[in-house]
Design a protein. Sequence first.
Length: 438
Amino acid sequence: MPQWPIDPDRRMGPAAAIGIVGGGQLAWMLAQAAQRQGVELHVQTPGAQDPAVALAASVVQADVRDVAGTAELARRCGAISFENEWIDLDGLAPLAASGVRFVPGLEALRPLVCKRSQRELLQRLNLPSPRWFPLERVQQPASADNAAAEGRVSPVAATETPAAALPLRLPDGFRYPLMAKAASGGYDGRGTEVLRDDAGLEALLERVNPAEWIVEEFVSFEQELAVVAARDSQGEVVVFPLVQTHQHGQVCDWVLAPLEASHALQQAVRNMAASLLTSLQYVGVLAIEFFYGPGGLLINELAPRTHNSGHYTIEACNLSQFDQQLRVVAGQQALEPGLVVPGALMVNLLGFEERPATDPAADSAAYGEQRRALAALPEAQLHWYGKAGCSIGRKLGHITLLLRQHEPAARRQEAMERLAQVRQIWPLPPGPQAAHWA
């Protein structure tokens, strides 16, 4: 195991300095919060034009999985957090052993960095989630253990019969359509595929490694919900307001806060968040996405970081999810969040045309007319991420519109009217309408 040459007197870095592995829009908004709080934020990211670079106190220009780059980042700061979960946990372990403080901790992250281990975690904690099975299970003999077929335990060991020679068989209790998901690396609809019949299943098996995919039941739901929670180093758990999310082509389109939910539903969400964070001894910010419908509340996915569904908190709450992340990473007490306005609508600005990256000046001026019109909307705040180029469905920015109606039905109507204003300026990208999966 490599031993990183970190000076024991410097390995924790300046107390007021924080490192973030990643330089995209989440790191950019964290850097904005850090500037407001007078905290140094140092960034590790491969691209010199990545959004967070311009605001960072310093930049380690290296891939986010480059452990040597993270070792250099550790020399500059007191604690390190992550923009996303695509990290090399095993590679970072020697750094943690040498005294580098990662928040969340590496072992707390381990069950969360892929969808398969997430599903196994939820089952161990008896938290509701869609039924699932490992994709490789369809290539195992019909006599395989039913518990493995339903994802309650790991699949049985392979038999002497080659998997390719076995007839495909769905586990008992599963039928088409089904949702196949890459266990890691997928986001915004990438790495997912609807399986409608045996032909679709066979086609998927020809293209992917079955050991790296899971298959879930197709969930019938009425709404998709989300919540951002945090746990500090003293074990205190706090939860931001529960929100409704809406998807377009499997990418988040808009978020409405707060959801007009019963006290029982809100308490169930809070209890699930506390159970997850406490069982993992997790310190940091974590987002939970839910399906809600006839089958009740089901946990869809976990994101061990700040999240798109929490962007509204920047303008609408007493502190944002990024403020909370800075506090918890710095070892401070998490603060109980709450709305300071009746509600908010966050709308993602998704690319609706293909524009190749040109030069930084041209990229920064892109969509100038639309951006000026959006910024002129009343009680609205535009966030433009400054990404190079554009592709269909890519998140280029977001806009948050504050809502003033207190009564839930009136507030929802107000939100839909504000959404229509945004749509007149910024159209949805071409593609399928929101689908019933995530």
